[in-house]
Design a protein around this ligand. Structure first.
Ligand code: HEC
Ligand code: HEC
Length: 193
């Protein structure tokens, strides 16, 4: 009787839900989403999470198939820092299996060294663990490869335009499809620690 009543109460009274429980359907409660169309949020930089939610809310970022924009419009303003802190503090996602050797080597070189002959800076100069606080860039290690690939393709095509000063549009413009695949596959298999 008690259990049935509280279960029923739980179903109609959403005030008992923690704000991040609204995100779990797509991003998982542990921040390690199962499907690549939903980014993994565990261990992500909280300021980055917050900025993306605000960008979706104001339609500065619109490359989400309208799934995230709907959610970003519903979340209470006071809850935005709370969900950012929650996901940021979760244990980082486990890395994926490494891609084939050629892809891994190419992705690793691009990430850590860039390609001066093409005016490409090292991704790590902004995305590295010790750089993200000042650069405003997100952590990319252990992200779904297909998610990283989609974001880079979207920056290159102008479908995602919320990067400050167009910094990622400039980088992505110089990347080939095979660069994008290599860096996505490489990063997915690197631990985020
Ligand atoms: C119905 C599914 C859905 C729900 C629920 C949802 N999201 Fe998302 N979220 C998405 C999709 C889809 C994307 C981006 C896809 C893209 O750009 O390709 C996204 C992107 C994001 C990003 C950008 C991350 C990055 O690395 O670029 C953040 C941060 C985020 N969501 C946070 C949240 C939070 C916090 C909640 C709960 C308040 C939430 N989401 C609820 C579907 C969802
Ligand atoms: C000069 C700094 C800088 C460099 C160099 C740089 N990035 Fe970024 N990158 C950023 C910033 C800042 C953002 C966040 C944009 C925003 O606020 O939405 C970003 C966002 C991204 C995202 C979106 C991730 C997500 O979770 O939504 C990907 C993927 C990405 N960068 C990949 C790369 C790759 C690959 C390279 C190297 C080829 C690279 N970046 C080089 C600054 C940089």
């Amino acid at each position: 009787m008690f259990c049935a009543a509280s279960a029923r109460a739980g179903m109609i009274d959403e005030s008992g839900l923690k704000p991040w429980e609204n995100c779990a359907l797509c991003h998982s409660l542990d921040g390690v989403s199962r499907m690549a169309k939903f980014p993994k949020l565990a261990g992500q930089v909280p300021a980055y999470i917050e900025k993306q939610i605000r960008d979706f809310r104001t339609a500065r970022r619109t490359n989400d198939g309208e799934q995230m924009q709907g959610m970003a419009g519903l979340i209470a303003d006071k809850d935005i820092p709370l969900v950012a802190k929650y996901f940021g503090a979760l244990p980082p996602p486990p890395p994926a299996d490494p891609p084939p050797d050629g892809e891994r080597t190419a992705g690793q070189a691009l990430y850590h060294t860039g390609d001066p002959t093409r005016g490409l800076p090292a991704c790590a100069s902004c995305h590295g663990k010790d750089m993200v606080a000042q650069s405003g860039a997100p952590r990319l290690e252990a992200q779904h490869a297909d998610y990283v690939i989609k974001q880079l393709t979207d920056f290159r095509a102008g479908a995602r335009t919320n990067d400050p000063g167009g910094v990622m549009a400039g980088v992505a413009a110089k990347l080939s499809d095979s660069d994008i695949r290599a860096v996505g596959g490489y990063l997915a298999a690197v631990p985020r620690n």
